[in-house]
Design a protein around this ligand. Structure first.
Ligand SMILES: NC(=O)c1ccc[n+]([C@@H]2O[C@H](COP(=O)([O-])OP(=O)(O)OC[C@H]3O[C@@H](n4cnc5c(N)ncnc54)[C@H](OP(=O)(O)O)[C@@H]3O)[C@@H](O)[C@H]2O)c1
Length: 316
């Protein structure tokens, strides 16, 4: 089919051509060509830890010339060694420019209060639409949308999931498990206290890591067979007592787990972290106590390989 100057049509033809002839290509080449050929991929919040993890993985898969990092604070993303464009979720103007010529974008969930996030994410979706971006992938969250102090955040993520599904773009959604990294960064505090203490009780949490998520999102961005699906991106569920045991094994510590009530944990966390973050953290552990983060994993389907086991996550 002749496409004249229609760039999308041209890309589609190239992609079809490569799919048809894929049987003659070596596996690595085949992997690259099972995606949108010559596509330009953008990652929002590239300066953040998850954004950076995705960009680093994408460099391996598509090369740095096909990547754009979008960042509210571009200088914080300069170490990534890819093109960086400015893009604050609050600025439609910046986002409109940042998504120029982009074929697929990863929207990393914002950090603002839930009421503001929905509109911020809508700004990215709208900018993607005016730029004829073909596909949007969103980093949502596992969790209960009603029963805990973390629920307003989960609820706002569910709204963005719906906005994306209604956008008319091709889409894929990941629901991230809780990161393991903050627990590992907190080990000195745990050791000082001799314990891990929170309101999770016997509840299990299916942790993940930014590295695991970076791997899965790369595949979700690049492979068309992930389109139109919502994936729980989590590993195996473990209790806090089990978490303490695994940390002891890797870090040669002697931590025990001590459960406390939701009320006292929330009070203590708010004193240390302030009202917003303190409430969110208490809400997450309350969510663990009611099983909201012990969900079936779809990681294998999204990433094309199994999720690391909890011990391997802690070993890093
Ligand atoms: N699953 C979990 O356990 C968990 C835990 C924490 C957070 N999260 C969610 O996962 C997301 C990514 O996590 P992370 O580890 O990458 O967090 P992070 O390292 O703290 O990075 C947060 C990123 O959000 C960017 N950002 C904040 N406000 C923005 C705005 N208005 N416009 C554009 N960018 C903005 C920051 O940009 P600057 O560099 O300009 O500050 C930074 O790049 C978070 O945003 C949050 O929604 C999940």
């Amino acid at each position: 089919m002749s496409c004249g100057k229609n760039e999308n049509c041209y890309r589609q033809n190239v992609s079809n051509y490569l799919s048809n002839f894929g049987q003659f290509l070596d596996p690595q080449q085949k992997l690259r060509n099972s995606i949108l050929a010559e596509m330009k991929v953008a990652v929002t919040s590239a300066s953040g830890q998850l954004g950076s993890a995705v960009v680093k993985q994408l460099i391996k898969d598509v090369g740095k010339d096909n990547l754009v990092g979008i960042a509210r604070t571009p200088e914080k993303a300069s170490h990534l060694d890819v093109e960086i464009r400015k893009g604050d979720y609050n600025s439609r103007q910046e986002l409109d420019k940042a998504l120029l010529g982009v074929d697929a974008v990863l929207l990393i969930s914002g950090m603002d209060v839930p009421e503001k996030r929905i509109q911020q994410h809508r700004n990215v979706i709208a900018a993607a639409k005016v730029n004829d971006v073909q596909k949007i992938v969103y980093t949502s969250i596992v969790g209960d949308a009603q029963k805990t102090a973390f629920s307003p955040i989960v609820h706002s993520n569910r709204q963005t999931e719906k906005d994306i599904q209604d956008s008319g773009l091709q889409w894929a959604i990941g629901r991230n498990g809780i990161y393991i990294e903050p627990d590992l960064e907190f080990i000195d505090h745990y050791v000082k206290a001799g314990e891990i203490s929170n309101c999770a009780g016997d509840g299990k949490c299916a942790y993940t890591s930014r590295g695991e998520l970076g791997y899965a999102y790369t595949k979700m961005l690049l492979h068309r067979d992930r389109d139109g699906k919502v994936y729980n991106l989590v590993g195996e569920g473990i209790s806090q007592a089990h978490l303490a045991e695994l940390i002891n094994k890797v870090y040669h510590t002697q931590l025990v787990y001590r459960p406390v009530s939701v009320e006292s944990f929330e009070r203590e966390r708010k004193e240390v972290l302030g009202d917003f973050i303190g409430t969110v953290i208490a809400g997450i552990y309350e969510g663990i106590s009611i099983g909201a983060f012990d969900v079936e994993s779809h990681f294998n389907n999204a990433a094309g390989r199994p999720h690391k086991a909890p011990l391997a996550l802690i070993e890093g």
